[in-house]
Design a protein around this ligand. Structure first.
Ligand SMILES: Cc1cc2nc3c(=O)[nH]c(=O)nc-3n(C[C@H](O)[C@H](O)[C@H](O)COP(=O)(O)OP(=O)(O)OC[C@H]3O[C@@H](n4cnc5c(N)ncnc54)[C@H](O)[C@@H]3O)c2cc1C
Length: 242
């Protein structure tokens, strides 16, 4: 492994990662743990691109955030199964331990947290994935108090890494559980922290709402960083330089 950082040239190289572990979460999602040869250590918040290749040469590439801490020997990805999803469906249904997957990364320079300053992570559904990487890193560097988390899903079953997040003291909003609540303007207003970097991740709808609640609560715009998990489509070859 090379040193942690942003070696964009090395991160742009496609590598054949070996699938070491596959954990299915019903038909909702799959957790893949990959052995990536000669990998560049990621910064919490960065993502990988996974490329599937058919025998006729057709390829499909999608982005998946790292869930693991940089120090983990393996790269962990959480893949939510999207209805009729080309890549998520294959990863959730077909991939087995021992398979090889083409990957490229780590990618991303903006939505990262290295464990130094105070941060507020807000994630919806699979958008908690990069926040769990940040949480694991915060524990590893002995600075868990720097990272506050608020996460949201419809039900307990829909929230990835729920037990780990709850154990870390995250504010857990489950909108369709009895006694549950939403991350609405009041809830976000109560956790907004102008002195922290706010890292918001999830669907376009979720991130837009959270950004607007944060701004209304006085969170300065230049402290808010957003990662949207919308349809990613084919990845441009130049993306590794973003
Ligand atoms: C930077 C980045 C990081 C990401 N990290 C993760 C991650 O850690 N875990 C994860 O599960 N996903 C993540 N995504 C989303 C992921 O890249 C894919 O978009 C997703 O897996 C769907 O791909 P697919 O090929 O299965 O679906 P497609 O075949 O591309 O789409 C099938 C249908 O689903 C819709 N759709 C596509 N993507 C989504 C979505 N995310 N939510 C709802 N509907 C969708 C499409 O509009 C289409 O109608 C990330 C996206 C980005 C841009």
């Amino acid at each position: 492994m090379t040193e942690i950082g942003n070696d964009r040239r090395l991160a742009a190289v496609w590598r054949d990662a070996r699938v070491v572990d596959v954990r299915h979460h019903g038909d909702i999602a799959v957790v893949l743990r990959l052995d990536v040869p000669d990998r560049v250590l990621h910064r919490p918040g960065q993502h990988y691109v996974v490329r599937l290749r058919a025998e006729d040469g057709y390829t499909a590439s999608r982005s998946y955030s790292t869930v693991s801490a940089p120090s983990d020997d393996l790269v962990e990805l959480y893949v939510e199964r999207v209805p009729d999803g080309e890549v998520s469906g294959f990863l959730a249904e077909v991939v087995e331990p021992g398979d090889e997957l083409e990957v490229r990364g780590p990618i991303g320079r903006w939505f990262v947290w290295d464990g130094y300053g105070p941060a507020l992570g807000i994630g919806g559904g699979s958008g908690v994935a990069p926040l769990v990487s940040m949480l694991r890193h915060a524990r590893e560097v002995g600075r868990p108090e720097l990272l506050s988390l608020a996460v949201s899903a419809r039900t307990a079953a829909d929230l990835p890494y729920r037990e780990e997040l709850e154990a870390a003291g995250a504010l857990v909003a489950l909108s369709r559980e009895p006694g549950g609540f939403r991350l609405d303007a009041a809830a976000v207003g109560a956790i907004a922290d102008p002195g922290a970097t706010a890292l918001v991740c999830g669907s376009a709808r979720f991130t837009l709402a959270m950004e607007s609640h944060l701004l209304a609560a006085g969170q300065p715009a230049d402290t808010i960083r957003v990662e949207r998990f919308g349809p990613s489509g084919e990845i441009d070859e130049d993306e590794a330089s973003t």
